[in-house]
Design a protein. Sequence first.
Length: 313
Amino acid sequence: MAWLLWTAAPARADPLPGYHDYAAMTARIDAVAAAHPDIVSRFSIGRSYDGRELWAVKVSDNVAIDELEPEVLLVFGQHAREHITVEQGLYLLDQLTSGDPRVVDLVSRTEVWLVFNLNPDGSEYDWAGERPRFWRKNRQPPDGTDLNRNWGYHWGCCGIVSRRPRAEAYRGGRPFSAPETRALRAFINSRRIAGVQQIKAAIDFHSAAELVLWPFGYTRADSAKDMTAAQHRRLARLGRRLARANGYTAEQSSDLYVAAGELPDWLWGRYRILAYTFELGPRDDFYPARFEDEVARNREPVLLLLDAATRLP
Ligand code: NO5
Ligand code: CA
Ligand code: CA
Ligand code: ZN
């Protein structure tokens, strides 16, 4: 009889307790935006392959006005099963609207963009079975594209990246073949005003390895076309400071493994944005029962990055 009960099991498992699926995330963003209309404005950067809105917010004083303040971009959820990064985004939204005097000061001197889940189709699919599916890619046919291999800087050239659609690190049919990377690219391009990119620093949040990584990922070289040795030292110095604040290990992205088509490589290569990957802990666990302490570790490095963005030449 057991197998009969088994087949009668619900078609959709709930996310782990405390985690926000897409509907809960959307409701939470709406609630915070409604509670803080003076400093939070919510918008969509476009739609996922299956048509979900890709929700984002701007946090700043005089939020309705595009002021001449350094802009910082925070991206969550490129990889579907890395659900903890969506919780990281919601936690940071809470912190940035908390009214803490240090935060109020930083938020009034910067404009912070948060993109909460760049891959909602993938994360919904990951929860949609009886147990998590360990899904990484988006849901674009035939078998999903790895968004963090789809960015158009040295796309597909090197390292852990595949031209086979069934591979975990499938790069897509061409650079920016995924609607999700195209939507975020269009948003970032729109922040180029009178020829000057307004976004000065960025973090792309992943899990699960407790790392702070800086570009490039596509090459092991410390200096390359588009990166002088001095620029590399600057990226590394700030990266090490961020890692001291959260206790993660700091290294160049390619020290972990070489991989082409990552978002931070494109942010630096295209616009010279100080771009980092944060890999949240706990190590090797995509589904930790508790995430509260882990996301709190990244309050300080994010505030440090906002502060650093206000001190750039
Ligand atoms: C990332 C790297 C940017 C470190 C990736 O395990 S992860 O997939 N989150 N690592 O391979 O895109
Ligand atoms: Ca402002
Ligand atoms: Ca601005
Ligand atoms: Zn990842």
